[in-house]
Design a binder for this molecule. Structure first.
Ligand code: IYR
Length: 222
């Protein structure tokens, strides 16, 4: 027995093959231009832009369509400062002892350290939370499936939407991130997934001189 209801597939567009390749190549060249930025301008970004990008994130595929994500978009200066203070405390512990030598060596080409001024400079921080289970209005719990995969997919869409809109982002993962629940007042079923820093790059922003693997290194055809 199923209580599924079906409707005709809405909105699917069929293109000529040549146009498909053109579209795919255009999307690739757009994606290649995306770089993670660590130096942000304080230039304001309208809330409507963030809202639209979050709606794109919300289109992500998810296990059993549970949509197990919650995004907290932070613009408030005081809250951003609280997040910076808490994140830098965790980062100092990480860089000054908790992180194994091997991990620090892997991070060396990125030039990162415990100072995170961008957490206050950038106009927006988006804290992404993964809901370990859902809660119905009557308090009953709903099981979530493949929540980590689902939130990862939604975050990828969010990063792409932000880039497509003409903004830069940084995926920041202070570890542990429990302080985000406290500062943002999120319930216990929500686990911080990552913190996305969003805004314009600083005028003279630089990025590490690192590259991406070739197709032959990341894909196999059989
Ligand atoms: N969370 C630290 C360390 C760090 C870890 C990874 I994995 C990176 O790709 C980059 C940084 C920090 O944000 O500095």
């Amino acid at each position: 027995m199923t209580d599924a209801t079906f409707i005709p597939l809405p909105g699917f567009v069929t293109y000529p093959e040549a146009e498909m390749l053109e579209r795919a190549e255009h999307f690739l060249s757009e994606a290649k231009r995306r770089r993670t930025v660590r130096e942000f301008s304080d230039r304001p970004v309208p809330r409507a832009l963030i809202e639209t990008c979050l709606q794109t994130a919300g289109t992500a595929v998810s296990g059993a369509n549970m949509q197990p994500w919650q995004f907290v978009a932070v613009q408030d200066r005081g809250i951003k400062r609280d997040i910076r203070v808490a994140a830098e405390a965790e980062e100092r512990a990480f860089y000054n002892g908790k992180a194994p030598r091997e991990w620090l060596d892997a991070l060396a080409p990125l030039g990162t350290d415990a100072n995170k001024p961008f957490l206050e400079t950038a106009p927006w921080l988006i804290a992404v939370f993964q809901q370990r289970f859902g809660v119905l209005p009557d308090g009953r719990r709903v099981k979530h499936y493949y929540a980590t995969e689902s939130v990862g997919i939604a975050t990828g869409l969010l990063i792409s939407a932000i880039h497509h809109a003409g903004l830069a982002s940084l995926t920041h993962t202070p570890s542990p991130m429990k302080f985000l629940n406290r500062i943002l007042g999120r319930p216990r079923n929500e686990r911080p997934f990552l913190l996305l820093v969003v805004g314009y790059p600083a005028p003279n922003a630089t990025v590490p001189d690192i590259g991406r693997k070739d197709l032959t290194d990341i894909a196999t055809f059989v």
